[in-house]
Design a protein around this ligand. Structure first.
Ligand code: SF4
Ligand code: F3S
Ligand code: FES
Length: 232
């Protein structure tokens, strides 16, 4: 079948403003949007810029706005989308070229919450024992692939890029509720700052955007409660 794509293009070195460019590609209904982008890049227009790596919903590098919603191009089947298919870069981060945005501010917020286990004690029996129940408390937030679909769908982040954003909160949650971690208070202090968790107004866009179906708003609520009642 023939499929039409409208892609938002912008090259800061050559263009004054973004523009839409249309392409017609040959595709199977079961092809993904990523396959159509590859077709364009390889056979029609080598100047098109986009990121991708794994091609299977694991690396998180191909989040983009597809027909108005943040999604991974490698997880969107052509047959499930209305045509023409519109593809734009995710919002709130500077466009470097076409569908490629500057991810530095996103990863800075991620690094801010110290997304690694902190525990200076030497484990008594060579490993840190954790029960299944203790592991289950943060199981959901271990699924994050850092695609930024959540943070870049949040209107609070669009209005103020200093907001730490749902992805960083999800990754902080993963360690705050880990029974083996010893830096809970430190992370909660970070999230209790002006641009931390309290900026969230429970708008829910992040939940709808997450390709891993993480219960992001629950994670945010868990962190707010921890700050208020439990751990600070
Ligand atoms: Fe992507 Fe979901 Fe992680 Fe946000 S929480 S970065 S949407 S995987
Ligand atoms: Fe934004 Fe999600 Fe909160 S969209 S306001 S982080 S619930
Ligand atoms: Fe890796 Fe889509 S290419 S998640």
């Amino acid at each position: 079948m023939k499929v039409k794509l409208r892609i938002k293009r912008f090259d800061p070195a050559a263009d004054k403003r973004p523009r839409f460019q249309e392409y017609e590609v040959e595709a199977e209904p079961t092809d993904r949007v990523l396959d159509a982008l590859h077709y364009i890049k390889w056979y029609l227009d080598g100047t098109l810029g986009f990121r991708r790596s794994c091609g299977h919903g694991t690396c998180g590098s191909d989040a983009m706005i597809i027909n108005g919603r943040n999604r991974l191009a490698c997880k969107c089947l052509i047959k499930d989308l209305k045509h023409p298919i519109t593809v734009e870069p995710i919002q709130g981060l500077k466009v470097e070229k076409d569908l490629i945005v500057d991810m530095d501010p996103f990863f800075e917020a991620y690094r801010d919450v110290k997304p690694f286990l902190i525990n200076d004690d030497v484990p008594a029996r060579g490993e840190r024992i954790q029960s299944q129940e203790e592991r289950a408390v943060f199981d959901d937030t271990t699924k994050c692939i850092l695609c930024a679909a959540c943070t870049t769908s949040c209107p609070i982040f669009w209005a103020n890029g200093q907001y730490i954003g749902p992805a960083a909160i999800v990754n902080a949650h993963r360690f705050i509720f880990d029974s083996r971690d010893q830096a809970v208070e430190e992370r909660l202090q970070i999230l209790n700052r002006k641009m931390g968790v309290w900026r969230c107004r429970t708008i829910f866009n992040c939940m709808e955007a997450c390709p891993r179906d993480i219960k992001i708003t629950k994670a945010i609520e868990d962190v707010k409660r921890a700050i208020l009642y439990e751990k600070l």
